[in-house]
Structure formats: C-alpha cells, structure tokens
Design a protein around this ligand. Structure first.
Ligand code: ADP
Ligand code: MG
Length: 395
C-alpha cells in the first residue's frame, strides 16, 4: 500500500505564493509508486482545503473558483487513532472523512509554518512529519536564539547585539554606545522575520535610529550586527538528522543591491527572473566560485549548524564570507528552504524524487525512534494513599 502524504502549504505568511510553488514541485517530484500525495492548502484566511485542483498551478490564478472546487477540511484523529483529513462542513448524514494520512510534509515558509507552530499541532496529533521539530523550527526563526546557540557551540557568527524594542525606546544612548563598540556600518534586523523585511543598513547613529525605528514595526526583538562590506554570500543545503548528515554543493547568490530584497528573491528582481520559479530565479552560481578549501569549511560549518540546532530533513544554511579576511560566518538557517533546495542536490546526483523520498523516510525514522521513548510512567498518583487532596502532591 502506498504511504499517504499530506502536503501542507500556503498559510498565513508573506511567503504564501512561494510555498504554493514549492509544494506543487514537491508533489510532482514524489515517487508515485511509493507515495500518494494529498494536497492540504491553507488559505490566506487560515482555512484548510483539499482537492485534486489544488495540485494545478494554473488554477491559482482564479483563487475563488479554486476554493469553490475544493473541500474545506480539518485534520483530526478517528476512533482508531489514525489521523484523517475530514470535511469541515457536513450535514447530519454526510460522510466526514476524506482520507487517512500517514505522514505530513510541511512546505510552508515563515510564520505559522516554519516557526514550530504547525509542527506543534502535528505533535499533538502524533503524526510523523517531514523536517525540523518544534524546537529547531522555532530556534531557526529567531535570529537571536539561533546566534546564541551557535555562538555557544563555537560556530562563527558576525559580531552582534540584541535588545527588545521597549528597551530601545528607553535606552537609546546605551544602544548607540554598544553599536559604536561593534563599529559602523551595521545591519539592523527584526529578529524573527524573513525575506529581508524590515532590514536596513546604518552608517552612523542617526541612521541607526532610523533603522531601528523601522525594524521595531515588525518585531519586538531587534538585532544589530556588524555589516560585512566586501561580501560573498553562499548557501549550503544539509540533509539528514542528528545521526547522519550530508551537505550539498554551494550556491553563490548574486545581488544587485547589497541587501538581497524580497523582489530579488521571489520576483526575479527585474533581471529576467520568473516568479513562478520562486527561489530558483534568484541570480546564482552553482557551484559557488570560491576556493575548494573554503567550500569544505563552509560545508563542515553547515553540517555542524544543522546538528547543533537539532535539525531534521532538509535545511539551507546561509553564509556571509568577508572577502577581505576570507572568513566565513553563518548568517541564518532556513529550516524549510524555498524550493526545498532541490537544485543544490541535483549536481550531486540526488534528484528531487530521491530527495523527497529521503525526507519522508527521515520523518518515519524519527517517529519509530519516538515510539521507543517513554512519555509516561506507569503509575497513578491518585491511586496512592494521599490523605486528601493536599497530601503527597505537595510533598
Ligand atoms: N552582517 C551582514 N553584512 C552584510 N550583509 C548582510 C549582513 N546580514 C545580512 N546581510 C544582507 O541582507 C540579506 C538579508 O539578511 P538575512 O539575515 O538573510 O535576513 P532574512 O531572514 O530576511 O533573509 C542577506 O542576504 C545579505 O545580503
Ligand atoms: Mg536570508
């Protein structure tokens, strides 16, 4: 019997469209002999839908028609404890279940999908799912948490400072002094967004103030980090889990502006790109044209980052290389990378079908391992002699 894969995509995120493109690519890539893909589209109104039409990219041009043709559903468990996709609105005698699913493949970028919240929902349903768990997803979305863990593990990151927006409002002089210690120019970022939203450069105290005032519109947590002036950006994809990892070839990301913008990434930046290709359309060179020993160093750091953060499945780790010092720093991790980075695996002989297979197998492996762990101890505190409700529980 085929494994039924619920592919979750769309969602309440600025990267909604990118998610649709990546998910449909993944569905197409899945081995039909082994897997049956069930599309689970989350609309911008946060409603879940399934249906055949959702697998056709053309249908998304007329979104209202598409949703009309599709079935509004929820994920829940049936009496046997199996996870089912169930119709949301059924009459009294209506048939509720659409299908059972065995494993979930989240292909949602950004908030509510990549940040651990969807993963938390799947944990509660006790269904295996592809990719990072709650903890590593959440850490991957918070630039401060990520930097703290990487720093603690000796992974090189650029000099930085962070604070809450309310702290900035009351302690501007102190934050300016701290920034002068790092040294201008700096980059100011909201801690938990993606797609370069709210990010700007500052060359002096005045610009710092402007940049921070913009960033606090998007997040309560702000990062100020040393800007690398003469920069090479390379990305490396890692596949695996805590036991075994593999790193891909590197891509070098070229950009006209020095901050890669949302348009650069997803709208082709007017450089002849094609929005329907999502991340693929960014100007890139594969493999990155950097020395072999530096490539190996970056791959090693990417694998280390993946393991230290407890990742699973496929993640893309982005690097900043200072051309002057030739030092490589980890910039960030994308736990659900656009296009799932399949184009970084093809050159190594792993096609998209093999990649999706590996990701699904890793999800099932994690579930098998979890089932061996004890999540409860077999005793009932209430059956112990307690001498009333205040007894033993209060020690
Ligand atoms: N410390 C830095 N020095 C120079 N450029 C940077 C630095 N940090 C970020 N950038 C530029 O800004 C872009 C977006 O920053 P990033 O941290 O990747 O945010 P996002 O999560 O929005 O992708 C990077 O791709 C890079 O071009
Ligand atoms: Mg980035």
């Amino acid at each position: 019997m085929k494994t039924k894969v619920g592919v979750v995509f769309g969602g309440l995120s600025v990267e909604h469209e990118v998610s649709v493109i990546s998910a449909l690519q993944a569905i197409k890539a899945m081995d039909e002999n082994k897997y049956e893909a069930i599309p689970l589209y989350i609309s911008k109104k946060n409603e879940w839908y399934t249906g055949e039409s959702l697998t056709d990219i053309e249908e998304y041009k007329e979104l209202n028609d598409l949703l009309q043709k599709s079935e509004k559903v929820i994920l829940t468990t049936n009496d046997e404890g199996k996870v089912v996709v169930q119709k949301k609105n059924v009459g009294f005698f209506g048939k509720k279940a659409v299908t059972e699913i065995d494993v979930v493949f989240p292909v949602i970028h950004g908030t509510n999908g990549e940040d651990g919240s969807l993963q938390g929902m799947l944990e509660m349903l006790q269904i295996p799912y592809v990719g990072c768990d709650v903890f590593s997803s959440a850490v991957g979305m918070d630039k401060v948490m990520m930097k703290q863990i990487l720093n603690d593990s000796g992974v090189p990151i650029v000099d930085y400072n962070w604070f809450y927006s309310t702290y900035w409002l009351n302690n501007q002089d102190e934050i300016k002094a701290e920034t002068n210690k790092i040294g201008y120019p700096v980059i100011v970022k909201p801690a938990n967004l993606g797609s370069s939203v709210g990010i700007s450069k500052a060359y002096n105290d005045e610009e710092l103030e402007e940049a921070i005032n913009e960033a606090i519109e998007y997040s309560h947590k702000i990062v100020v980090e040393k800007m690398i002036g003469d920069l090479t950006e390379v990305n490396c994809s890692v596949v695996g889990d805590y036991e075994e990892v593999e790193s891909s070839v590197l891509e070098e990301v070229l950009s006209s502006e020095d901050i890669l913008t949302y348009e650069d990434k997803y709208q082709g930046g007017g450089k002849g790109g094609d929005a329907s290709k999502g991340m693929e359309s960014t100007n890139r060179v594969i493999p990155a044209e950097i020395p072999e020993d530096q490539t190996q160093e970056v791959q090693k750091l990417a694998e280390q980052t993946f393991k230290v953060l407890g990742c699973n499945g496929v993640s893309r780790i982005d690097f900043l290389i200072d051309k002057e010092s030739q030092k490589a720093y980890v910039n960030e991790i994308n736990t659900i990378p656009g296009s799932l980075s399949f184009y970084l695996w093809e050159p190594t002989g792993k096609d998209f079908t093999q990649l999706t297979d590996q990701l699904l197998q890793l999800a099932l492996k994690r579930q098998r391992e979890r089932e061996k762990l004890n999540f409860s101890i077999d005793s009932n505190l209430f059956s112990l002699q307690s001498g009333g409700s205040k007894g033993k529980l209060n020690g």
